[in-house]
Ligand binder design. Structure first.
Ligand code: ZN
Length: 346
């Protein structure tokens, strides 16, 4: 059976998990003592915000910003702080085109408050979430309306860049990013990351276009088996050519993300007054309870963008649902029922 698998996530399941996990290793000992025992949670829940996109109103727009709708040089001109942005554009309009720069900062602040209260569950939940959002802002295609190449005949490029490439080449990447450092202006730092990611769009689209002229369709795509399904993927030859042409761009963005996450966790803790996390009662060290079976209201599905992605890592053939592991195919079917199909645009 030919069927395309649609992934849950920006940066792909695989990359988001890898990034969150790797960030823990950049933390100083005072934080490591807390995070290390929860490495599994921080890793597994790296994709939680993407799962909420379909169930929680107001979640979807936290993952991107369509800079191009604000005109030239928007990345420099848009108000840095939420209050000013709201005053200028109104909240509804901002939400329509994505609010990632501002909402990521909100999550950072909430994490800092959680550290202050020494609220174990909130710290874990918000740290995992923050890792995800910082991951998203470092993905170039999360800063444009043409987020899946749908306007330029490059449909599928989203999953290609952020899932297929990391899945093929991440084992060759160097993820040692050094120790976390304090970030004096987190909100501005977020914008800096978005600037860098946004500038990368030229090559993300441009190189794919150049290569597409060299590769006829039957060379550009191939079919690979994923469990029970055969999926059309960008061929290894095409992926390799793109990977070479990008000159380490995906790796650079992943490294930037890892460093940024560690910096932000660390800075949230500093701002909270550096509470001693080593003395937390082990009884309270339970991971947050989550109900993954939340009902998905129909109207929340509008405006939610999807992207195609490709699964390779056997680890992700299982989808962890509460305490049960569902077999990939069951999870896939269940997932298809819960979410809208990705309709080609144009
Ligand atoms: Zn996301």
């Amino acid at each position: 059976m030919a069927c395309s698998f649609q992934e849950l996530s920006a940066w792909g399941f695989y990359a988001h998990r890898l990034i969150n996990r790797q960030a823990v290793y950049s933390l100083p000992p005072e934080l490591m003592v807390f995070f290390k025992p929860h490495l599994t949670y921080i890793t597994d829940k790296a994709v939680n915000p993407d799962r909420r996109r379909y169930a929680v109103k107001g979640e979807a727009e936290k993952h991107y910003i369509d800079l191009d709708i604000y005109g030239d040089s928007a990345v420099y001109k848009l108000p840095r702080f939420w209050k000013d942005a709201k005053a200028m554009y109104g909240e509804d309009s901002l939400r329509k085109y994505g609010i990632s720069p501002w909402s990521t900062y909100e999550t950072f602040k909430n994490l800092s408050y959680a550290f202050e209260r020494k609220d174990v569950q909130a710290i874990l939940r918000l740290a995992a979430d923050l890792g995800h959002y910082l991951g998203d802002i470092n993905v170039p295609l999360h800063s444009t309306q043409n987020y899946n190449g749908q306007n330029t005949g490059q449909y599928g490029i989203h999953g290609f860049w952020e899932s297929r490439l990391p899945e093929l080449y991440a084992t060759e990447y160097d993820f040692f990013v050094g120790k976390a450092s304090y970030v004096p202006s987190p909100q501005l730092e977020i914008w800096k990351a978005i600037e860098i990611a946004h500038h990368a769009l030229d090559s993300v689209f441009g190189f794919e276009k150049v290569l597409t002229q060299e590769f006829p369709d039957d060379k550009k795509y191939s079919y690979e088996d994923r469990g029970n399904i055969t999926t059309r993927v960008y061929s290894r030859e095409f992926s390799n050519a793109y990977h070479q042409m990008l000159g380490g761009q995906v790796e650079r963005q992943m490294r930037r993300t890892i460093k940024l996450i560690a910096d932000f966790w660390y800075s949230a803790w500093i701002l909270a007054g550096q509470p001693n996390l080593g003395d937390l009662n082990p009884d309270k060290m339970q991971v947050p309870y989550e109900n993954d079976n939340s009902y998905t209201p129909r109207d929340s599905l509008k405006h939610i963008r999807e992207h195609r992605a490709y699964i390779i890592d056997p680890e992700v053939l299982f989808w962890k649902n509460s305490d049960k592991y569902l077999y990939f195919w069951q999870a896939f079917q269940k997932y298809c029922e819960r979410r809208p199909r990705f309709l080609p645009v144009g």
